[in-house]
Write a protein that binds this ligand. Structure first.
Ligand code: SF4
Ligand code: SF4
Length: 155
């Protein structure tokens, strides 16, 4: 399953893309502060189990601005996702912690799912608004599809 989004058109040499990346910095800073108010920061053991989506029984979706931010900061091509585990979980830890996605920031297994859901909805609304402001197509993409279908080639 793929999605038609040519990530190579949105490189950081474009002023519109730079503006988006700056807004994503702000969005993530503000989101992290809100997450700290929603989740118990002492409850997560950083065990990394929730990054094994099949075993944990959940999915991670992300949006176009999150993917562009990730692509800008993380070496490409992306690591392919060959099973239900995020390939960026290395030795049980997130190797791209600063650039992880909204869902990675909000989810915590031991805190209120209702509060996390509200924060997710509010964040998605803001991400959609960013897409409109920066004339970027909005996609809501499964992690597997995002990593496997947008991995740039050497062309
Ligand atoms: S949210 Fe839960 S499963 Fe995920 S790393 Fe923290 S303790 Fe482990
Ligand atoms: S990006 Fe990091 S936190 Fe998110 S699923 Fe992958 S390893 Fe886990």
């Amino acid at each position: 399953m793929g999605f038609d989004f040519d990530i190579s058109k949105y490189h950081s040499g474009l002023s519109s893309c730079r503006a988006l990346l700056a807004e994503m910095d702000t969005l993530y800073q503000e989101l992290d502060a809100k997450v700290a108010g929603v989740n118990d920061p002492t409850a997560c053991r950083a065990c990394g189990r929730c990054c094994d989506f099949d075993a944990f029984g959940h999915k991670l979706y992300l949006t176009t601005p999150e993917l562009l931010y990730f692509a800008h900061h993380v070496a490409q091509p992306f690591m392919p996702m060959t099973d239900g585990v995020c390939p960026y979980r290395i030795d049980g830890k997130c190797s791209v912690y600063l650039y992880r996605f909204t869902g990675c920031r909000i989810f915590q297994c031991c805190s209120s799912t209702a509060a996390q859901s509200d924060l997710t909805e509010a964040t998605i609304a803001r991400l959609k608004q960013l897409c409109r402001e920066h004339n970027i197509p909005y996609h809501y993409i499964n992690l597997n599809a995002a990593l496997n279908c947008t991995a740039p080639t050497d062309r």
